[in-house]
Ligand binder design. Structure first.
Ligand code: ZN
Length: 271
C-alpha cells in the first residue's frame, strides 16, 4: 500500500510532467474507483492549466487555474503510469498534456479515489478538516504530541496511526520511528515521557525523509517509457522482520497485533 513517502515521490514525479502544463485531454475510462468520479471532472479539467502540485497526508493534489483542485488517493494499489506504450484495463483516468505526455492513473483494486475540491476550500474539505499536522511540517513537535496524547491510555502505536493526531503516518513508518526512538509500541500514549517524545518527533521526520530520498533516487527511471510512479524498495530496521536479529542488539524482532494490524519491534531496545 502506498504510504506518505510514496505519495510524496509520486507528486514530485507528476510535477515534472504537469506543473505549468495545459491539460489537452482528460478521459475517464470507467465511472468509478472506490466511489464515482466527479460528474464534472472531464469538463472542469479539460483545457485547464496546472498551477502546482502538493500533498496532504496520503493525498496528492493537482491545482488548476479553474479554482478547483483534483485530489487523488492511491488506495491499496494505485499508481500513475507515465507515457505508457498502451493503455491497460486498469488505467481508469488519463491526462494528456499540451506537451503530449500521457499520464494514466492505474488502480487494479480500485480502492483509490479522485475528487474535485474548490482550491480555497481545501482546508475545510471533510477528509482534511479533522486531520492533525503534517509529520514533516512545523506543526509536529514534541510539545504538540505531549498535549495531544495527554491522558490517553491507548497504545502509542495506535495513537500515531490516528490521522487526527498526525496526518498520513502509516504502519511501516510508525514501527520504524518507534524503534529508532526506543519507545515500546504498547506503552500507553499518555505515559510516554517528554524526553521520549523529543526523540520520537525527529525519528518520525527522519524515517519519512529517508524514504522520500530513496524514492527520489528512483525518479530517474520514471523518464523511461512506461515508467511507474509510486513504488520503491527500502531496507527497514523492524518492519516485516519477525524473528530476524535486531540491527542494534541482535535480539529477535517480535511481531504482535495491535488494532488488527501487525507491529514489529525489539523488546530489548524499545521500552
Ligand atoms: Zn534491539
Amino acid at each position: 500500500m502506498p504510504e506518505l513517502p510514496e505519495v510524496e515521490t509520486t507528486v514530485r514525479g507528476l510535477a515534472r510532467y504537469l506543473d505549468g502544463e495545459r491539460l489537452a485531454r482528460v478521459e475517464t475510462r470507467r465511472g468509478d474507483l472506490r466511489r464515482p468520479f466527479p460528474p464534472d471532472l472531464v469538463q472542469v479539467l479539460t483545457g485547464a492549466t496546472v498551477t502546482g502540485l502538493s500533498r496532504r497526508a496520503k493525498y496528492g493534489l493537482i491545482h488548476t487555474d479553474r479554482s478547483q483542485t483534483m485530489v487523488f488517493h492511491l488506495g491499496m494499489s494505485g499508481r500513475w503510469r507515465i507515457d505508457p506504450d498502451e493503455l491497460g484495463k486498469h488505467d481508469h483516468l488519463v491526462l494528456e498534456t499540451g506537451s503530449s505526455h500521457l499520464l494514466a492513473l492505474c488502480d487494479p483494486r480500485r480502492f483509490g479515489s479522485v475528487d474535485l475540491v474548490p482550491t480555497d476550500g481545501l482546508d475545510s474539505w471533510a477528509p482534511f478538516a479533522a486531520m492533525g499536522p503534517e509529520p514533516l511540517g512545523p506543526g509536529l513537535t514534541a510539545a504538540y504530541l505531549k498535549e495531544a496524547l495527554a491522558g490517553r491510555s491507548a497504545a502509542i502505536k495506535l495513537m500515531l496511526l490516528d490521522q487526527r493526531i498526525v496526518a498520513g503516518l502509516g504502519n511501516i513508518y510508525v514501527c520504524e520511528a518507534l524503534f529508532r526512538a526506543g519507545i515500546s509500541p504498547v506503552r500507553a500514549a499518555g505515559k510516554v515521557s517528554a524526553a521520549a517524545l523529543a526523540r520520537l518527533v525527529p525519528a518520525i521526520k527522519a524515517v519519512l525523509a529517508e524514504a522520500i530520498e530513496a524514492g527520489g533516487s528512483t525518479l530517474r527511471d520514471y523518464a523511461q517509457p512506461d515508467g511507474e510512479l509510486g513504488y520503491f524498495s527500502k531496507q527497514f530496521d523492524v518492519y516485516d522482520r519477525e524473528g530476524q536479529p535486531c540491527v542494534r542488539c541482535g535480539a529477535p524482532i517480535r511481531r504482535i497485533v495491535q488494532g488488527g494490524r501487525s507491529t514489529w519491534y525489539c523488546a530489548g531496545c524499545q521500552k
